[in-house]
Design a protein around this ligand. Sequence first.
Ligand code: AMP
Length: 280
Amino acid sequence: MQVIGTALKAHAFVRGNGKRRVLVPTMGALHHGHAALIEIARDAAGDSGQVVVSIFVNPLQFEPGGDYDRYPRSQNADEELCRTAGVDVLFRPGPAQMYRDDRSTAVEENRLSQTLCGRSRPGHFRGVCTVVTKLFHLLAPDAAVFGEKDYQQLAIIRRLVRDLDFDIKIIAAPTVREADGLAFSSRNLYLTAEEREQAPVIRAALLEAAQLAACGETSAARLLHCARERIGSAPLARIDYIELVHAETLQQQTAAGANSLLAAAVFFGKTRLIDNLLVA
Ligand code: AMP
């Protein structure tokens, strides 16, 4: 596995490289969810192609006063996971490699970013779109894999690729979960034992609301009430948002239909966890 730490070396790696490349962008502290994305990338790259994983804790996507400084960083374990998973190239730049102090350009998606996490975290998706655009330019992948756990991010990246004419196939990867239903997330490391015990309530609440919908309930108000009640049963949970939205436009819906998504963000202490579920 080749480890690259600078933009210059990334350009040199890409230049004259005729191989199919599949990129998995991450912020590190790699877990089973990331490993599943790498496996999907391996399949998509084929025997003669290359899997490239980027690890970069992107300061632009953290709010001021957010958890940028304490975001988990586990360089050696991450490198080991990548080696074991058959990654060909690890791109791991430092912040100074990615952003000049006097940078004055950013990439912004202006519609899908206005709802859900975009409302709770102003500037977050601007940071995501900017770094992903840079990674796409630096590493010039043929395809890139993103997780459905960050559903809104996936939708925004698809829009970015369409609107800016990137010739990159976006591959969606299903959410990987712990045995009790909690989605793997690097931020799960922040949870106290008590919070960790209660955190699966997010998934349970979404499943309960989806079950209600499967029984014929279409009212968003009633579905969301059901999910809120369930989350309310966990004393340490504080709802940031829970919404029923159209899975493509991400606009709020008053009634569940064929293409509805339940999406939730819930705080446990200072830790904000997200999850979502398509309602059939
Ligand atoms: P992150 O390192 O948290 O920025 O995530 C990097 C990529 O991994 C994103 O595309 C995420 O959607 C994806 N990801 C994170 N957690 C999971 C999970 N539990 N299952 C599947 N994909 C995930």
